[in-house]
Design a protein around this ligand. Structure first.
Ligand SMILES: [Zn+2]
Length: 259
């Protein structure tokens, strides 16, 4: 960044992806770093703690959202906020590894964070959502944009790699497993991966839990995952996200809604 932050490159972390290093503004910076550099853009990753089949860690969504957020933050010289490690995982509650929030809690959390940022006169908050079932985020983002002096932009990773309700891949399938093989191969138990594509569409999670619909807690084909596909997919997601954020800011500036 070359604006007062030490430029020494750190590894992704000794043991984990949560280590960001000192070469960018993040939750590992000092207050003085943040105050002296005065970033205007913040990036907030949202993950989850939920079963991801027998082959992926329960923190998969957090790991992926954080990595995407980190790359977006680097691109925009933004302040990377710590990931929210829990979200709306009610549909996975049959596994005792799953810890979930109520929608009200997540809404309050996002609103409180956005209010703090507005108080400090940050200009943009980019929310990177790594968990597909956080449907309320779009409503929260819309409400914040209509009420606060802060532009809030939602990047929804689930929508970017799953698409319609007829998608054959919803959870712990080829995409997520491939990205994890690329980011954290040490955490993937490829030999335990089992494919399962239920005969119903994704919205049936409104009625039944994932483990009622899929015996393995998987919806997709993780055995087809590769590190190469994961790298390509993650790079595409990051590029699409950066292009989208740039487009929104440019358009709003043109319309005079944003300085
Ligand atoms: Zn996931």
């Amino acid at each position: 960044m070359g604006r007062g932050i030490p430029t020494k490159q750190h590894n992704i972390g000794i043991q984990g992806v949560f280590n960001v290093g000192v070469n960018m503004l993040s939750y590992e910076s000092t207050a003085k770093d943040i105050e002296s550099i005065g970033p205007k853009i913040c990036v907030l990753p949202i993950g989850s703690l939920e079963q991801h089949g027998d082959h992926l860690p329960i923190s998969t969504d957090t790991i992926i959202a954080l990595e995407v957020a980190k790359r977006i933050a680097k691109h925009f010289n933004a302040f990377l906020l710590p990931p929210i490690p829990y979200s709306l995982s009610l549909e996975h509650r049959k596994s005792r590894a799953t810890i979930w929030l109520s929608p009200e809690t997540l809404i309050s959390l996002i609103k409180d964070i956005a209010h703090s940022l507005e108080y400090h006169k940050y200009e943009v908050l980019i929310v990177v959502n790594g968990h597909g079932a956080n449907f309320i985020l779009r409503n929260v983002v819309r409400e914040l944009n209509y009420t606060l002096n802060l532009l809030v932009i939602l990047i929804d990773l689930g929508a970017m790699y799953f698409g319609s309700r007829h998608s054959r891949e919803v959870h712990a399938g080829r995409s997520e497993t491939s990205i994890m093989l690329y980011l954290r191969p040490d955490l993937v138990r490829k030999e335990s991966a089992k494919d399962y594509i239920p005969h119903v569409t994704r919205d049936y999670l409104d009625y039944l839990s994932m483990l009622d619909i899929s015996p393995y807690g998987v919806w997709g084909e993780p055995t087809k995952a590769t590190k190469e596909y994961g790298e390509k997919l993650l790079n595409n997601i990051v590029k699409e996200a950066i292009d989208y954020v740039s487009e929104v800011i440019k358009f709003l500036k043109k319309c005079g809604h944003f300085k």
